[in-house]
Design a protein around this ligand. Structure first.
Ligand SMILES: Nc1ncnc2c1ncn2[C@@H]1O[C@H](COP(=O)(O)OP(=O)(O)OP(=O)(O)O)[C@@H](O)[C@H]1O
Ligand SMILES: [Mg+2]
Length: 485
């Protein structure tokens, strides 16, 4: 059996001590990491509490304290990648078939030849290895293929459009937007859409490199140009020859380099530190920032001439809270990717979890959404991500109307208007959740049907929803002045 480190882990559950020991010897000799359990309860505890799910669970079907069938369900629930082989006594064929239907990998009838069981376990492990490999590749694809920019919103569609149109221009592009909105990704998309796509795309973070090293980083240096310059370096601009350079956090570029960069953009030539000649470079320059550069220009922190050079084309990426339609496709994309990466069988988000995401303001934008989903996938125990798997600040977003409605604004507010608005939103949400069935919506809100009708009329939502029992008598249809409840 081809076994690579670490050893695959096998759980053997049987109430017959003799059989257990025999199997332990057999599979340890095969190089597997074997755990033994003397019955259903210990088997269940082992399957559920092991730090990692078992690769294979080998279980008896009928044990004094429980059934192997239940163990099968539990183990597969913990990880769909655990393969379960059931061992059944003679005559238990029907149950064995039932076990297969419930996801067992295969079964053997006792007494069995050890070779038969050994071959089965080996095949189960091979299947598992193939599935793992596929999922790893899928995750990798999603991450790379994931270079595409997702988004259904009008704003994002305009950006896709712009990206295509400017891809082959020679001019610089300034990408602006709050942190985590996808600026770098958009810059990459411009490069990928251009004829430069097979050449390098290099990113320099202007805020992360000390001023003293920045010039050499960008334009290269000669050997011995300064202490520590042991070998000649080309610098980012020359390394990216034929491709694209993204100057990230451009607002952080020190003043001395602003002048030098401007010259490079004008002349399309660079001179390394300590070099005596300039070298022509062919690179497309893109810049990104989450700062308000106009403000920096006004304050004299950023050169106006450089700003004009960089800002020839401007791509403004709106924050996620201004394009909430993008939350769902992004969340679903991140979910598929994280589930594949973490090898978990998670198929979606519950409706209330999705609603909470769509209501949340995401100060950290798409990056925050990505982190929230990654964490939720790690925490989730079932096949869907529920409200409880989301961080509290997000799950709370579903129940709070909006922060501005519960925080008294500086300038005060009109209490009746605010309360009315809260009522209107809750009515709409309750109707949405009940699929428009009014009796159901009334129950959700803890009010009588009559009271609900009155409130709907008050908000001119009179047409919204259907009473679920249209034939039931309606003694008084008119609005009540003092609704019960
Ligand atoms: N439209 C999108 N589709 C898919 N993934 C996206 C999208 N926008 C952003 N992301 C992802 O969100 C994360 C943050 O994006 P990116 O690094 O491009 O943001 P940024 O604006 O450059 O952030 P910062 O200002 O913090 O540098 C990345 O993992 C990126 O892949
Ligand atoms: Mg960035």
């Amino acid at each position: 059996m081809a076994i690579s480190a670490p050893k695959p882990r096998v759980l053997i559950v049987d109430d017959e001590p003799g059989l257990r020991d025999m199997l332990a010897i057999l599979f340890r000799r095969e190089g597997l990491d074997v755990t033994l359990a003397a019955g259903f309860a210990t088997g269940r505890d082992a399957a559920l509490n092991a730090p990692e799910p078992y690769a294979v669970v080998l279980t008896d079907l009928m044990m004094p304290d429980g059934s192997g069938m239940d163990l099968l369900s539990l183990a597969r629930q913990r990880s769909p990648r655990t393969e379960v082989i059931v061992m059944t006594a003679h005559g238990g064929l029907d149950t064995a078939v039932e076990a297969m239907k419930r996801g067992a990998y295969d079964f053997v009838t006792k007494p069995f030849a050890t070779n038969e069981l050994r071959a089965l376990v080996q095949k189960a492990l091979e299947k598992r290895a193939i599935v793992s490999e596929n999922e790893r590749l899928r995750a990798q694809l999603l991450r790379q293929g994931g270079r595409e920019i997702l988004g259904h919103s009008e704003a994002m569609r305009r950006i896709f459009d712009l990206v295509q149109r400017i891809a082959n221009a020679r001019t610089t592009v300034l990408v602006t937007g709050e942190s985590g909105t996808g600026k770098e990704r958009i810059a990459r998309a411009i490069h990928d859409a251009s004829e430069r796509r097979d050449k390098p795309f290099l990113v320099v973070n202007c805020g992360a490199i000390p001023e003293a090293l920045m010039e050499a980083e960008l334009f290269g240096h000669e050997r011995g140009a300064f202490t520590g310059a042991i070998a000649t370096r080309l610098g980012i601009f020359r390394e990216a020859e034929g491709g694209t350079v993204l100057l990230d956090e451009i607002g952080e570029l020190p003043a001395s380099l602003q002048v030098k960069l401007l010259r490079v953009l004008q002349e399309r030539r660079v001179r390394g530190v300590g070099a005596s000649v300039e070298v022509a470079v062919d690179v497309r320059v893109l810049a990104a920032t989450n700062r308000n550069v106009e403000e920096d220009v006004r304050a004299g922190r950023f050169r106006q001439d450089l700003y004009y050079r960089l800002n020839v084309i401007r791509v403004e990426v709106p924050p996620l809270r201004e394009r909430r339609e993008d939350v769902r496709p992004l969340a679903e994309h991140f979910l598929a990717r994280c589930a594949a990466e973490q090898e978990k069988d998670i198929r979606g988000l519950s409706p209330d979890a999705m609603r909470a995401l769509e209501a949340y303001a995401f100060p950290g934008n798409v990056r925050e959404l990505e982190n929230v989903i990654e964490r939720a996938v790690a925490l989730a125990t079932g096949h869907t991500i529920g409200l409880g798997d989301l961080p509290r600040e997000v799950s709370g977003a579903a129940s709070q109307p909006t922060p501005s409605l519960v925080t008294l604004p500086e300038e005060g507010c009109n209490l009746d208007d605010v309360l009315g608005e809260v009522e209107r939103r809750l009515l709409l949400q309750a109707l949405e959740r009940s699929g428009g069935v009014r009796t159901q919506a009334a129950k959700t809100l803890g009010v009588s049907l009559r009271s609900l009708r009155y409130r709907l009329q008050k908000h001119a939502l009179g047409e919204a929803g259907d009473d679920s029992e249209p034939d039931s008598p309606r003694p008084d249809e008119g609005p009540e002045l003092f609704p019960r409840s």
